[in-house]
Design a protein around this ligand. Structure first.
Ligand SMILES: Nc1ncnc2c1ncn2[C@@H]1O[C@H](COP(=O)(O)OP(=O)(O)OP(=O)(O)O)[C@@H](O)[C@H]1O
Ligand SMILES: Nc1ncnc2c1ncn2[C@@H]1O[C@H](COP(=O)(O)OP(=O)(O)OP(=O)(O)O)[C@@H](O)[C@H]1O
Ligand SMILES: [Mg+2]
Ligand SMILES: [Mg+2]
Lengths: 228, 228
């Protein structure tokens, strides 16, 4: 459902060029749960941002459900993101002026839709990540792991076909982390959602169907997980 | 060298009171490396902020080298922080308008001192965290783990007696993470620095001399690590 062809991303800093991705051919099928691991700075977040259309490649293509993202206008790309993709950012990216509940509903509000039909789903999602009683708190009144859990709920409110998760358990204790991973696994198995998760944690990677290894902007290894 | 007595921290949110710490008696001796673990929201960052004088308790005392922090003025407290404590924040807290190198030198600059004598130490520290060639880049041009490593270098530039680290390896792959932990261990062993590290990673906790477990704002368990 989502694949890349010879994906290259180059950043220019003054006269220095940073090759974040050096030609990546990545593929994930519908209903598959793939983990991406690799050293710090190897290009994982960059790959995730390109997959989600949050940034455009220097060359190469990202193809989502048969459609080349490069052919879409900024508006069309923005709409694909809001309606079909849920993104969990490495730095959470919560809006400091909104409450936790408003942050979770943000994808709906940005889409110009009414939030009322989503109240029940909001409550259910907050309950699933253990944040039900914190709905009215602002991000700066929450711990790091609590903010991360709000970011996770926000990515799932639209029941997206594709979840792109950038180190979603990095600030969570093992119990909250396992809870989140089990949740992602459930969404994948029961709703055929497609999950691409960047992680540094081998235990988190073990929840995936397959693990892809990135190093210096290239895929260097892949291995399927034995799962029953 | 650093201990607390009946430490309580209460946050007031509208009419809701959040008891972040419910009476904590914590002690760390000079030259000791202590890890603090516990569920998300259990009060770890709050405890670390109070230990570093970044916030004041609702009741109870923080005593640093025999001095009650509550007796210090804001200015005096600020000076203690700058000169004796190195703080690694859970969210890094790098200044977006400064380069990586300038961010590392910030404690020196804030102290009104000349940065020139620190250039060599800056280069050495950046080398130790693998960020030597990124000195002139801004934080938004760095990956999550690269930002974390800059935050780590910043905490160490003043060669502080006490390092307070809030989940310092949360965004690092296992190799960069082990590197940072070995660095903290070395500073502790060779320079008798005192390290208090919050972590969710049992492997990181294994580098410490002792692990303290926090739950719902209270210390519920402690255990020494078998180290040779
Ligand atoms: N400024 C604040 N206002 C209100 N409540 C706060 C504030 N800061 C923290 N809290 C609350 O205090 C409790 C402890 O927070 P703390 O950040 O210390 O947790 P933590 O153990 O570091 O969690 P994590 O592992 O998720 O980082 C949490 O319930 C949190 O929501
Ligand atoms: N806006 C930018 N400008 C310049 N360079 C950038 C920018 N964003 C990322 N980079 C560089 O691209 C490379 C890949 O970054 P990326 O964020 O994808 O790494 P990562 O694998 O997610 O690392 P981490 O595990 O530390 O989060 C890094 O060397 C980084 O410094
Ligand atoms: Mg990243
Ligand atoms: Mg914390």
């Amino acid at each position: 459902v989502l694949h890349t062809e010879a994906l290259v991303k180059r950043y220019l800093l003054g006269e220095v060029e940073v090759m974040a991705l050096r030609g990546v051919d990545f593929r994930v099928n519908r209903g598959e749960f793939v983990a991406i691991m690799g050293p710090s700075g190897s290009g994982k977040s960059t790959l995730l941002h390109l997959l989600g259309g949050l940034d455009r490649p220097s060359s190469g293509e990202v193809i989502l459900a048969g459609e080349r993202l490069s052919t879409l206008s900024d508006d069309a790309l923005s709409q694909v993101r809001r309606r079909r993709i849920g993104f969990i950012f490495q730095a959470f990216n919560l809006l400091p002026t909104l409450t936790a509940g408003e942050n979770v509903l943000l994808p709906i509000l940005i889409d110009g839709r009414d939030a009322a039909p989503y109240q029940e789903k909001l409550t259910a999602l907050l309950g699933m990540v253990g944040m039900a009683e914190r709905q009215h708190h602002k991000p700066d009144q929450l711990s790091g792991g609590q903010q991360q859990r709000i970011a996770i709920a926000r990515a799932l409110i639209t029941e997206p076909e594709i979840v792109l998760a950038d180190e979603p358990t990095g600030n969570l204790d093992s119990k909250s982390g396992s809870n989140v991973l089990a949740m992602l696994r459930r969404i994948c198995d029961q709703m055929q959602a497609t999950i691409v998760m960047v992680t540094h944690d081998p235990r988190a990677a073990s929840f995936a169907d397959r693990v892809v290894f990135l190093k210096d902007g290239q895929i260097v290894d892949q291995c399927p997980n034995q799962r029953d």
